[in-house]
Design a protein around this ligand. Structure first.
Ligand SMILES: [Zn+2]
Ligand SMILES: [Zn+2]
Length: 105
């Protein structure tokens, strides 16, 4: 991949397929460099193959990002709901609160 700028060279993330130690390639892979930026599944690829695999990996991450955004909104809604219920539970514990009076005819 000489000559192509690698914007992502974080330690522990393959710079081609973006696999990590926790989430390796299908069938397993190992690091091929000290810096842990290239996994064995991506070692002998041509430049075009590298770029195509990288594009697919970025696509997957973008989909994941959209899903996580949705998940985040749902968790926030759930938290607000629980907080509302906790406030309500607190009101029920106010000692001077009396039950509705039954009107007898
Ligand atoms: Zn890889
Ligand atoms: Zn890998």
């Amino acid at each position: 991949m000489d000559g192509v700028k690698r914007s992502l060279t974080a330690r522990g993330i393959c710079r081609v397929c973006l696999c990590t130690e926790e989430d390796g390639c299908e069938g397993g892979c190992a690091w091929t460099d000290r810096g842990r930026t290239l996994c064995s599944a991506c070692r002998d690829l041509s430049l075009l193959e590298e770029l195509e695999i990288r594009r697919a990996a970025v696509d997957r991450l973008q989909t994941m990002r959209r899903l996580l955004r949705k998940e985040y909104a749902e968790v926030q809604r759930a938290i607000a709901d629980v907080q509302r219920r906790l406030r309500f539970a607190h009101l029920e514990k106010i000692p001077n609160r009396k039950p509705p009076i039954q009107i007898e005819n």
